[in-house]
Ligand binder design. Structure first.
Ligand SMILES: NC(=O)c1ccc[n+]([C@@H]2O[C@H](COP(=O)([O-])OP(=O)(O)OC[C@H]3O[C@@H](n4cnc5c(N)ncnc54)[C@H](O)[C@@H]3O)[C@@H](O)[C@H]2O)c1
Length: 376
C-alpha cells in the first residue's frame, strides 16, 4: 500500500503522524511511504531522517494524490477537503460529532475515515487517546509548578519545599490516565499529593502504585471542599465518558482558595470540573479569578509536540500497519477495536455518535462491508 503523511496545517499543530521508526516498519512490510517535505520539522524530525528510514519525500500534491492511505494527526481543514479521494483511507483524530460539516465532506468525498479517538478496545479503553492523556497529566504538574512561580503570577512556591520548609500541596481530582500521570509527576517532584476519585478501585490502584507516598480520598463535596482550601496546585482530571465533566469545585470554593494558588483544569476540553474555568490557548494560557491563577489550555500536548508525536505514533503504528497489510476491509473485519473506529465508510456515516450529531441513522459497518465495496 502507498501510505501518505502530509504536513499538519491546522493552526498551531506541530505534531506529525509518523516517525522515522514508523516509516521503517511500513517499508519493512513492503509498503511505500510518502512523507510531505518538512512534515516532521515541528517535532524536530528532519526530512533526511525519513529518507534514511526508507520513506520518499514529496510535495503535498503528490502525497495526497498517490497515497491509498493518509495518516494524519488532526482532522482535515478546508484547504485539504479538495484533496480527499474516493476510496482513500483516512486515519487521524476526527472528533466529527463536534464538526458535522466535516462529516458531510468526508461522506461526499467517499473516503474511509477512521478516527483515532473512536478506536476502542473490548474493555472500553481508548488506546489512541491514552498517550495524549499521559502527556497532559504529566504536563499539568510541570505547567502548574511554572505558574506557581511568583513572577508568573503564583504564590511563589517550590513544590518540593526544602529542608525546614514544607512541600507544596497538590490536589488531583480524578484518578484516571490524566490523574495517575499527574500524580507521578507531582510525587516525583516531591510535593505533598492528594488524589480524589468516586471509583474506589481506581484509588486502590493508586494506593498500591504509590505505596503510601500520596493520600487517596473518596470524591464528595465535603472532601473536595476541604482539600481545595489547602491546595497550592489543583489539577482537574475527571471524565464521565460521553458527558460534560461534572463541576466539582464551585465559585465559592475557588474564592476560598489561597491567593496565588494555581488551577490546571485538564478536563476543560469536556467543559471543565472547576466552575470558573474556561478554555484558553497556549499563546495566552492563564487568567485570574478570585486571585487564583487559572490554566485552561484545551490542547496541552501541543506544547510538547516532539514528545506527543512519538507517544501518539507508538500507539497508532500497530493499527496503521494492520490497515496497510490487510487493507481497510480485512483490517476492520479482523480487529474489532479498529472497526469501532470507523466513522465514515465510502459515503455512509457509520459511527452512531457522528450520525446522531448529523440527525441521521448510522449505517452498520457490516452492512457497508456486505454491500460489496471493493477492498480499499
Ligand atoms: N486539556 C488537554 O489538553 C487534555 C489532554 C488529554 C486529555 N484531556 C481530558 O482530560 C480528562 C480526563 O481524561 P482521562 O484520560 O484521565 O480520563 P479517565 O477516564 O482515564 O479518568 C477519569 C477519571 O475521573 C473519575 N471521575 C468521574 N467522576 C468523578 C468525580 N465526581 N470525582 C472524582 N473523580 C471522578 C473517573 O472515575 C475516572 O477515574 C478528559 O476530559 C480528557 O478529554 C485533556
Amino acid at each position: 500500500m502507498i501510505v501518505g503523511v502530509p504536513r499538519e496545517i491546522k493552526t498551531g499543530e506541530q505534531r506529525v503522524a509518523l516517525t522515522p521508526a514508523g516509516a521503517h516498519a511500513l517499508t519493512e512490510h513492503g509498503h511505500r511511504v510518502l512523507v510531505e517535505e518538512t512534515a516532521g520539522l515541528g517535532s524536530g524530525i528532519r526530512d533526511e531522517e525519513y529518507a534514511a528510514a526508507g520513506a520518499v519525500l514529496g510535495s503535498v500534491e503528490r502525497v495526497w494524490a498517490e497515497a491509498e492511505m493518509i495518516v494524519k494527526v488532526k482532522d482535515p481543514v478546508p484547504p485539504e477537503y479538495g484533496r480527499l479521494r474516493a476510496g482513500q483511507v483516512l486515519f487521524t483524530y476526527l472528533h466529527l460529532a463536534a464538526v458535522p460539516d466535516l462529516a458531510r465532506q468526508l461522506a461526499t468525498a467517499g473516503v474511509v475515515a477512521i478516527g483515532y479517538e473512536t478506536v476502542e478496545r473490548a474493555d472500553g479503553s481508548l488506546p489512541l487517546l491514552t498517550p495524549m492523556s499521559e502527556v497532559a497529566g504529566r504536563l499539568a504538574v510541570q505547567e502548574g509548578a511554572f505558574y506557581l512561580g511568583r513572577a508568573h503570577g503564583g504564590r511563589g512556591i517550590l513544590l518540593s519545599g526544602v529542608p525546614g520548609v514544607p512541600r507544596g500541596n497538590v490536589v488531583i481530582l480524578g484518578a484516571g490516565t490524566v490523574g495517575v500521570n499527574a500524580a507521578k509527576a507531582a510525587v516525583g517532584s516531591g510535593a505533598d499529593v492528594s488524589v480524589l476519585d468516586v471509583n474506589l478501585d481506581r484509588l486502590r490502584h493508586l494506593d498500591d502504585l504509590f505505596a503510601g507516598r500520596l493520600v487517596t480520598l473518596a470524591s464528595n463535596t465535603f472532601n473536595v471542599n476541604q482539600v481545595v482550601q489547602r491546595a497550592d496546585l489543583l489539577v482537574g482530571a475527571v471524565l464521565i465518558a460521553g458527558a460534560r465533566a461534572p463541576v466539582l469545585v464551585d465559585q465559592s470554593m475557588v474564592a476560598r482558595m489561597k491567593p496565588g494558588a494555581v488551577i490546571v483544569d485538564v478536563a476543560v476540553d469536556q467543559g471543565g470540573c472547576i466552575a470558573t474555568i474556561h478554555p484558553t490557548t497556549l499563546d495566552d494560557p492563564v487568567y485570574r479569578v478570585s486571585d487564583v491563577v487559572h490554566y485552561g489550555v484545551a490542547n496541552m500536548p501541543a506544547l510538547v509536540p516532539r514528545t506527543s508525536t512519538f507517544a501518539l505514533a507508538n500507539a497508532t503504528l500497530p493499527y496503521a500497519l494492520e490497515l496497510a497489510d490487510r487493507g481497510a476491509v480485512g483490517a476492520v473485519r479482523s480487529n474489532p477495536a479498529l472497526a469501532r473506529g470507523v466513522n465514515v465508510w465510502r459515503g455512509r456515516i457509520v459511527h452512531h455518535g457522528v450520525a446522531e450529531a448529523l440527525g441521521e441513522s448510522p449505517m452498520p459497518l457490516d452492512a457497508c462491508l456486505a454491500a460489496g465495496d471493493r477492498d480499499v
